[in-house]
Design a protein around this ligand. Sequence first.
Ligand code: 5CA
Ligand code: ZN
Length: 409
Amino acid sequence: MHAWPASEVPALPGQGRDLRIHDTATGDLVTLAPGPVARIYVCGITPYDATHMGHAATYNAFDLVQRVWLDTKRQVHYVQNVTDVDDPLLERAVRDDVDWTALAEKETALFREDMTALRMLPPRHYIGAVEAIPGIVPLVERLRDAGAAYELEGDTYFSVEADPHFGGVSHLDAAAMRLLSAERGGDPDRPGKKNPLDPMLWMAAREGEPSWDGASLGRGRPGWHIECVAIALDHLGMGFDVQGGGSDLAFPHHEMGASHAQALTGEFPMAKAYVHAGMVGLDGEKMSKSKGNLVFVSALRREGVDPAAIRLALLAHHYRSDWEWTDQVLRDAVARLERWRAAVSRPDGPPAEALVDEIREALANDLDSPAALDAVDRWAALQQESGGTDEGAPGVVSRAVDALMGVAL
Ligand code: 5CA
Ligand code: ZN
C-alpha cells in the first residue's frame, strides 16, 4: 500500500539526545541505542471508521519517537500495518451493507489525509493484512510443523506453551489474560483448545466471508497477531527497537505477537522495547469505534480547526497517561497556537539555543511533550513581555517545534 507524503523535517543546530523510553515488558525506562538505522513497528488501524483522537494520540507518540531519532541523525525504518481484513471490519460492512474492501479503502484514505494534516511522518512500509497473506501462510505452516500450532475443526491455533517467555510483555496473571482475551478478539471459551488463551493463526473459510489460498492450511484468512508478526519480521527482522501501540494492545496483541515471533525464530526478544500509549476517553469512557463515542480528526478539520492546534492538544498530554478529550482541551490548544505564532512572527527574540536543548531533553526523557510545551510557553511569554535581541531566534524556535513535534507555526 502507499503511505502518505512526508512533511519536511528541518535540521536543527546542536546535538540530538538518545531516547529513554518506558518499556512495558521490563516496567522500566530503557535507553535505546539503535544503530544508524532505528527500527520501529507501530500497529496501524483497522479501517472501518474514521481516525479519532485516541488513534491520533497514539500515532503522535510514535511520531515523536521517530523525530527524536531523526534529530540524532539516524535514519528511521518505520513499518505500519493496516488490518484490512478482520472480524470488526467485516461486521461493520455487513451492518452498513457495503463492500468490505470499499469500506477499508475509504477509511484508509481518510486516515492518510488525517495523518498528513497532522504532520505525522509516514512509515517507510505501509502494509495491508491482505497483501501480507502470502507471507503469513508459510509462517503458520512453520509453527505447525514445529509443534507450536495445532488444528481445531479446520482452524489453526498457536500454542502459547510453545514460547517459554509467554507472559513476558504484559506480566498479567492467567485470570486477567482470560478476561482480556475474551474482550479483545480471542475465544477463550471455545471447547477443544489446548489452552483457553491460544490465539487463532489461520481461520478456515467461513460461509459468506472472504478467504484466500492457505496452501496446506486450506482456504481461510489470517489471525490478527500473526499479521503484525509477519509484516514486522519481513521488513525489520528480529530484535527491532520499538513495537508500539495503545495500551489496549499490550495484551493479547503484543504478547501473542512476541510469542509467535520467538517461537518462529528461537530468538528473544522480538522488540527491545514494547511501548504503549494511554487511552483517550470521552465522557468517562475509552474512545472506541465499537462504543461510538468518538471525536474524529476529519470532523474537526471540516469545522475549520487548524491541524496544528489538534496536534498541540495531543502534545499537551503525556503519551502514557489516560486522558479525556474535552472542548476545553481544544480551546487551550488553539490559544497556545495563537500565542506561539505571535511570538515567532518577529525577526528577533530571546535566545533560542537553551530552549531547543530543553525541548530535546524533555522529549528524550520518555517523550515528555508537556514539559516541551512548557518550555516553549516560557520562551513565548518572555518574547511577549520583553522581547529579545537575538536575530533569527524565532526562526530557530519555529523550526525546532516543527522538527521535534510536527507543529507548523
Ligand atoms: N489494527 C489493530 C492493530 S494491528 C488496531 O488495534 N486497530 S485500531 O484501529 O483499533 O487501533 C489503532 C491504534 O489506535 C492502536 O494502537 C490502538 O491501541 C490505538 N487506540 C485505539 N483507541 C484508542 C484510544 N481511545 N486512545 C488511544 N489509543 C487508541
Ligand atoms: Zn498490530
